[in-house]
Design a protein around this ligand. Structure first.
Ligand code: VTB
Ligand code: MG
Ligand code: MG
Length: 329
């Protein structure tokens, strides 16, 4: 009986999450292309927090906007929800890709993931080496520490394609220079992205649509946990290792409960339990369209999904702006 109640509650919560990312996305989209990352981020944070506090949960932010002293809202450890409902842990990024949004470039998202208490890796805000691929491959057939040429060889073999028919997504950063050269040497095409590796990793779940076969390189660890939560629901594999290259970072990680600094985390290590995940497009993207505004109406495009069933719902919503977004001119 308890089981039935629990799953029913989760199902309702899944759809409730859509409102949370929709609100954040609309708020951020109003600041799209204005060159002001901070204002876009702040608008998304405020909107997400407001909506989150209306959910019937006793939520705790595990992956959030930062430590309490640097992030007054949605800080790590903040309690959210209306205090009436299941105890859940939350990973969120109200605006993943603030620079993308400020420049109005593709693939900025409002994202959230929810699972049971202690179901998320308490990742410090450091870099994480990541390797990710979508569904349909044998478990652990590639490894984080394999040379890129070997990773490519195995993916090409499994897909029965030649390397030049594959595309890797990599963050465009000087720290990736060697990695980029090594991947290019295999013949694989690289899609270099300016920001937004949560989207980059989600894109591996549907290479036919996005053109991305795998993701490799180092990005934010909090984004790694969000991406792992997404792949729990959408299928695929991700491996991540925190970059704890100074005593200060190792001490910080230890305070957050991380005792093995060089551990490679799988997606289950990063996000366990019945994970609920939602993402709304802010700017237009490869899988999700961005918010569009016209004549008092805001259109949003959201994916909401749940690991227990793997159901993906693509929700296109037409918001009658005057009624709901009273802060819009
Ligand atoms: C990535 C990306 C983010 O940070 O995690 C990246 O997903 C890593 O940090 O959108 P650097 O910018 O220092 O490389 C973002 O680009 C910004 O949070
Ligand atoms: Mg953020
Ligand atoms: Mg981010």
């Amino acid at each position: 009986m308890a089981d039935i109640d629990l799953s029913a509650m989760d199902r309702v919560l899944t759809l409730e999450l859509v409102r949370v990312t929709e609100r954040a996305a609309v708020a951020a989209a109003m600041m799209r292309g204005r060159g002001d990352e901070k204002a876009a981020d702040q608008a998304a944070v405020d909107a997400m927090r407001n909506e989150l506090n209306r959910l019937s949960i006793r939520g705790r932010v595990v992956i959030g906007e930062g430590e309490r002293d640097e992030a007054p809202m949605l800080f790590i450890g903040e309690e959210v929800g209306n205090g009436d409902g299941p105890e859940v842990d939350i990973a969120l990024d109200p605006l993943e890709g603030t620079t993308i949004c400020a420049k109005n470039l593709p693939n900025s998202l409002a994202v959230i993931a929810i699972t049971h208490r202690n179901g998320l890796l308490n990742a410090p805000d450091v870099y994480m080496d990541k390797l990710a691929i979508g569904p349909g491959f044998p478990e652990d057939f590639i490894e984080l520490d394999m040379p890129p040429a070997e990773i490519v060889r195995r993916i090409a073999k499994e897909k029965d394609v030649r390397p030049h028919e594959l595309t890797a997504c990599i963050l465009d950063r000087p720290r990736h220079q060697k990695l980029i050269e090594a991947v290019r040497d295999t013949g694989v095409a690289i899609r270099l992205i300016g920001d937004g590796d949560v989207a980059g990793i989600i894109h591996t779940t549907d290479p036919e649509t996005t053109g991305i076969d795998f993701y490799i390189g180092s990005g934010g660890a909090p984004e790694g946990v969000l991406a792992a939560a997404a792949l729990r629901c959408m299928g695929g594999q991700i491996w991540g290792r925190l970059t704890l290259d100074t005593d200060e970072k190792r001490a910080r990680a230890e305070r957050m409960g991380i005792s093995e600094p060089r551990r490679i985390y799988s997606k289950l290590d990063m996000a366990s339990g019945d994970v609920l995940f939602a993402a709304t497009g802010v700017t237009d993207g490869n899988l999700l369209q961005g918010v569009s505004f016209r004549r008092g109406v805001a259109m949003t495009h959201t994916i909401v999904t749940r690991s227990h069933t793997g159901t993906q719902r693509w929700v296109r919503a037409k918001h009658i702006v005057e009624d709901k977004f009273e802060f819009i001119d």
